[in-house]
Design a protein around this ligand. Structure first.
Ligand code: SIN
Length: 523
């Protein structure tokens, strides 16, 4: 692979989930190329989202109440200004989606049928097709994107590296059907999703391995809050990889978690019982499992015979596993579901690298803090897609020429798979950087992944190891428990640590033990 095909575009968006498509639509009429690593609509966690979009829509609700619930779930480190911005924008987001053709579920009187999920004190979650909200929004966004002449959609385009000239991002080098292509652009937007696929047990597509974080880290961007990984308490425990999600909306309808004796257990642990924030429920389920219990979600009373109609996605997954959720409790277990951490961005979606924006799960905006409130993620992707697009549209065109960056980097475009290496990495992440962590396990993970990122024979394994090492380093550094980060050796929250965290690749690279930052991390 010695030549590189160069294609010029106004902006290049890496990722074709909800955040990427929303950004591209908002950028019209600027020419935008959207890169999808797979066929369009596949491989994007957005399309799997069962939960919906939270918005203060009903008469008894207000964006201020939505903001209060978001802050309460977030463990004290969300950014209140960002929380206000996003929660205030939420009702307009729903209106925009309706205008785009999204069919939200409605009651008999035609009004939106609003559900409740963990941590919410009001019914404020708009769903589509019961538990297929993500797929319905993706459908509408893809129709709109295909109709927009300024948008070029490119499938099977796997981003390898950002082109950076004089410290500014000016394109993306991509592996596209065996060839190297440089998409040169004034603006690069990462919308690559999360990293659940780094874990052995995940509700995400297994290809969601933090590629955007690796790209941003190698380009020198600062990453924020990496230690905060959200584990969903109720994934279907039936031996499938990835694990099908059993939506929290079921608990919003009154479904209850049961221990192996059939007894409910959440009411003694939190005033919101089964609708406590997700980190609390996930830990409760995890601890039952550690004690040898199987845990179940019982929707027989709450949903019963309406299950196939109300929750068709979950129903189908359960039936495939031999469970009839209308008449049987559903076996569940926690699974890596969402990354609160990501590329550090400001209120416009700008990263610390000029020319580079990030939206959706790959970004860390400060909305989620240490634990994301349910159904705030699609919302954040839509709000920040619009904000990033507005910022890009108002930025002056640049003159950087990325060809030189491309020429030196097209070697290594082929990427042989190493399934055994990836399986080992995923086991290590689940064992040492999972629902509960301690210093011994985190050091072990950091050492192993740091070695692997330098020695892996495949680019995707090296990137996965890099991202795993960054998450492990951030988790080792935070010597307290907060939100989705639970240290068994530091079980309490430390008021002095109630702040967001930042990390760069240099902190790992300069030396694993000699920079002051790394000494602080590993000691
Ligand atoms: C769910 O449906 O339980 C997931 C919702 C979310 O991740 O916000």
């Amino acid at each position: 692979m010695s030549t590189v095909d160069i294609r010029r575009t106004g902006a290049v968006v890496v990722g074709a989930g909800i955040g990427g498509l929303a950004t591209a639509l908002r950028l019209a009429p600027m020419p935008v190329t959207v890169l999808s690593a797979t066929s369009l609509g596949e491989g994007a966690a957005s399309a799997w989202a069962q939960g919906g979009i939270a918005a203060a829509w009903s008469a008894d609700d207000h964006p201020g109440l939505h903001a209060a619930d978001t802050l309460a779930a977030a463990g004290g480190i969300a950014d209140p200004a960002i929380v206000d911005t996003v929660t205030q924008a939420a009702p307009a987001c729903i209106e925009d989606l309706i205008a785009l053709g999204v069919c939200f579920d409605r009651g008999a009187d035609g009004s939106l049928r609003l559900g409740r999920e963990g941590g919410h004190h009001r019914h404020r979650i708009a769903h589509a097709a019961g538990d297929a909200t993500g797929s319905e929004i993706m459908r509408a966004l893809l129709v709109a994107a295909r109709r927009t002449p300024s948008i070029t959609l490119v499938e099977d385009a796997v981003a390898q590296e950002l082109a950076v000239v004089d410290g500014a991002a000016c394109g993306v080098i991509v592996r596209h059907r065996g060839a190297a292509v440089l998409f040169a652009a004034d603006a690069v937007v990462l919308a690559t999703g999360g990293l659940g696929g780094l874990y052995q047990h995940t509700s995400n597509p297994v290809t969601a391995r933090g590629r955007g974080l690796a790209l941003a880290a190698r380009a020198g961007a600062a990453l924020a809050d990496l230690e905060f990984v959200q584990f969903h308490p109720t994934a279907l425990d039936a031996g499938r990889d990835p694990m099908p999600l059993v939506t929290e909306a079921l608990r919003g309808e009154g479904a209850v978690l049961l221990d192996k004796t059939g007894a409910p257990f959440m009411a003694t642990l939190h005033p919101l019982a089964d609708l406590a924030p997700r980190d609390i429920v996930a830990r409760a389920v995890w601890r039952k499992q550690l004690a040898g219990d199987r845990v179940y979600l019982d929707a027989r009373q709450a949903v019963g015979a309406a299950f196939p109609m109300r929750f068709p996605t979950v129903y189908g997954a359960c039936r495939t596993a031999g469970v009839d959720p209308a008449t049987m409790p559903i076996p569940i277990a926690p699974a890596a579901h969402y990354h609160m951490g990501g590329v550090a961005v400001d209120a416009r979606g700008r990263s610390t690298v000029s020319g580079l924006w990030a939206v959706g799960e790959v970004a860390s905006t400060g909305l989620h803090g240490a634990n994301r409130l349910a159904s705030n993620s699609l919302l954040e992707a839509l709000v920040f897609g619009a904000r990033a697009a507005a910022d890009i549209a108002s930025a002056a065109p640049r003159t950087a020429s990325p060809q030189s960056a491309a020429r030196s980097r097209v070697a290594g475009v082929d990427d042989p798979h190493d399934p055994a290496g990836m399986a080992r990495l995923r086991r290590r992440m689940s064992a040492s950087v999972g629902v509960e962590r301690d210093a011994t396990g985190l050091r072990q993970a950091l050492d192993e992944l740091n070695t692997l990122r330098r020695t892996a024979s495949s680019r995707s394994l090296a990137d996965a190891a890099l991202v795993g090492a960054l998450v492990s380093a951030a988790a080792l550094r935070r010597r307290e428990s907060r939100g989705g980060h639970c240290r068994t050796d530091y079980p309490a929250s430390a008021p002095a640590l109630a702040r967001r965290s930042l990390l760069t690749l240099r902190d790992l690279d300069s030396s694993e033990t000699t920079t002051p930052r790394m000494k602080e991390i590993v000691s």
